[in-house]
Design a protein around this ligand. Structure first.
Ligand code: AMP
Length: 233
């Protein structure tokens, strides 16, 4: 019997949500849903009429309007692969989004297993973020200092050559704006989930392996925890 896992990762930019989500995806066969990645895919699509507006919002460090974001995530969650379980990385980021997500999950009788807050020191975030790059083909994340590609031109995972990309909002000014947005608009969802008894915190400053282990421990958690889904046949 397998059990679908459904979790939310919350944390400021650079907390390591994307890295951990990729690891959990690979460890448990889950779907990694990153709102930021979905927006970046739309920005890259020359036929998307909203692409340029989205780019301006992402570059400013502000949030995309809730209505657009909620619709995009609702469509993604309806895709068949999400039955395997999912990690929501960067959604919800506002109370309105958290409430909309609850309504979506209730409609499909789905329960979340955990909402995990990754706590990090603000002064380390700029350092972490400014070294980030990803493979433009398979989206594997790297870092100049903490996780460089073995060959500066080649993706370790898919072998793509000269496809590394850096995000245009990974600069000091945009990071400061993204942090402000996080504290003003996203941290209010923490008491929302705490009130439901779902919030778990972990030290996002620990090593990548330690953070993964901490998430695994949360997921193993007490077997009768209220958020657990019934086993899937
Ligand atoms: P991320 O890749 O998670 O760092 O997100 C990059 C940017 O995408 C954010 O700074 C926002 O502009 C936008 N974004 C990502 N997730 C959301 C969300 N849940 N609601 C609104 N905007 C978002």
């Amino acid at each position: 019997m397998t059990e679908a896992i459904r979790i939310i990762l919350i944390g400021p930019p650079g907390a390591g949500k994307g890295t951990q989500a990729q690891r959990l995806r690979d460890l448990h066969g889950l779907v990694h849903i990153s709102a930021g990645d979905l927006f970046r895919a739309r920005i890259k699509d020359p036929n998307d009429p909203m692409g340029q507006q989205l780019k301006a919002i992402l570059d400013s460090g502000a949030l995309v309007p809730d209505a657009v974001t909620i619709q995009m995530i609702a469509e993604r969650l309806q895709q068949a692969d999400c039955a395997k379980g999912f990690i929501l990385d960067g959604f919800p980021r506002s109370i309105a989004q958290a409430e909309a997500l609850d309504a979506m999950l209730l409609k499909h009788n789905i329960k979340l297993d955990a909402v995990i807050q990754m706590e990090v020191d603000d002064d380390k975030l700029v350092e972490r973020i400014s070294g980030r790059y990803t493979c433009g083909e398979c989206n594997t994340g790297y870092h100049d200092t903490f996780k460089p590609a073995q060959d500066a031109h080649t993706c370790d995972v898919c072998g793509a050559k000269d496809k590394f990309v850096r995000r245009s909002d990974d600069n000091a000014e945009a990071v400061r704006a993204r942090l402000k947005t996080y504290y003003n608009q996203t941290t209010p969802i923490l008491p929302y989930y705490e009130g439901k008894g779902m919030l778990k915190r972990l030290d996002g400053m620990a090593s990548m392996d330690e953070v993964t282990a901490a998430i695994e421990a949360i997921l193993k958690g007490p077997k009768d925890s209220p958020g657990k889904n019934p086993p899937r046949p």
